[in-house]
Each structure stands twice: as C-alpha cells, then as structure tokens.
Design a binder for this molecule. Structure first.
Ligand code: GTP
Ligand code: MG
Length: 195
C-alpha cells in the first residue's frame, strides 16, 4: 500500500480547491507541531515529502498526497497555536473546520496527541466537531520516544478518559514515534483496512 509510490498532489487553501471526492481519504489533524507532517513522511517512507519543521505553523494548506492505489493521505494545518499572523491563522482554522465537517470521502481522521502533553482543550473542541459531523476519529500519540514508559501509561489513561466522552471516537489508541519507528507499521495496517 505504501510501497514507494507516494506523490504530492496539491495544496489547498479554500474548499473550492479540494480535489474531486472520487476516492477514500484519511487525514491527520492535531495541534501545531504535534508531528503530523513527520508522521506522513514516516508512513510513506519519505524524508521530506510533507514539509516538517520545529516552527509551529509550518503546514499552512491542506496538502493532499496519493499513496498506493490512489487514496489520499491529507496533511492538515495545525490548530492551537502557530507562529503566523492571527488573520492568517484564523483563515486556516476556518478551512480546517470546513474540511473536517464537510468532506464526503473522509474515511477517518487521525487526531494526533503529543505523548508529553496529552489531550488539551483545543483537541477536545476538534473531537466535538468530529462528533457532530459524524466523522470517526482515532487518536495517535506522537513522539513517544520522548516519554518514559510509566508516563506513557498516564497519558494513555488520560486520552482514553477523554475518548469515552466522544461518540465518534474509535477506541484504540496508537502509540507512535516517527523518529524511532514505533507504531508506524501498525498505523499503516489500520489505514490499509480503511481505504
Ligand atoms: P504544523 O505543520 O506546524 O502544524 O506541525 P506538524 O504537526 O506537521 O509537526 P511537524 O511534523 O512539522 O513536526 C514538528 C517537530 O516535531 C519537528 O521538529 C519534528 O522533527 C518533531 N517530531 C515529529 N515527530 C517526532 C517524533 O516521533 N519524535 C521526536 N522526537 N520528534 C518528532
Ligand atoms: Mg505540518
């Protein structure tokens, strides 16, 4: 599914620019800097297909990538905070919400949570938006390489507690490290069953 044939399709700044909804897609949402773009690179085995950086607000468009037989992997701008002027950030946030609530072919949203920080208020808000749009979402813990095993368990409990409040949540949480490769194969397998 992910073997060597991933391509960047387009970056979208308005709903009117979305590619035709003619195939299934999964998207990666989460606070700025949580590791969305890096995770897409890890999943597809590319170093810099999706542009990542240490500056929150790196991804400013909805970026579509094709993988395998042609389903889309969708890299979203982050929410929560960003190093960009407020009117611009507000523009992405609007687009992000429109996309998450209005894309017919969106099969599942992966909501990424930094394993050091757990679920924040903004994550809760996005999850509630997904509930009301009836988009199934699944939580992915990122950067687990930065967290000791005992602390991982604590965060996992907090995330599971949060998920129990959300009807659209898929119960299984995936723990990943794009750096070390943990969970990447598991996540690939999940995506393969969806598209
Ligand atoms: P925005 O596009 O700004 O919303 O950020 P993003 O969620 O796409 O984050 P990005 O992938 O750009 O990664 C942010 C930073 O986290 C980069 O410096 C990455 O190298 C780092 N990072 C991402 N994943 C991991 C991981 O698994 N482990 C570690 N240690 N660092 C990571
Ligand atoms: Mg990004």
């Amino acid at each position: 599914l992910f073997a060597g044939q991933t391509e960047f399709v387009k970056g979208v700044v308005a709903m009117s620019g979305l590619p035709d909804a003619d195939r299934m897609e999964v998207c990666f949402a989460g606070r700025s800097n949580v590791g969305k773009s890096t995770l897409i690179n890890a999943l597809t085995g590319h170093k810099a297909l999706a542009r990542a950086s240490n500056t929150p607000g790196r991804t400013q468009e909805i970026n579509f990538f094709t993988a395998g037989e042609g389903h889309y992997l969708v890299d979203l701008p982050g929410y929560g905070y960003a190093n960009a002027p407020l009117p611009i950030v507000e523009k992405w946030q609007r687009l992000l919400k429109q996309y998450l609530s209005g894309r017919q072919t969106l099969r599942r949203a992966f909501v990424l949570i930094d394993a050091r920080h757990g679920v924040k208020k903004v994550d809760h808000e996005i999850m509630s938006l997904l509930d009301s749009s009836a988009v199934t979402f699944q939580c992915v813990l990122t950067k687990v390489d930065k967290v000791k095993l005992v602390d991982r368990e604590k965060v996992l409990d907090q995330v599971r507690g949060e998920l129990s409040k959300h009807p659209a949540a898929f119960p299984e949480v995936v723990m990943t490290s794009s750096e070390k490769g943990d969970g990447i194969e598991t996540l690939r397998a999940i995506i393969a069953t969806l598209v």
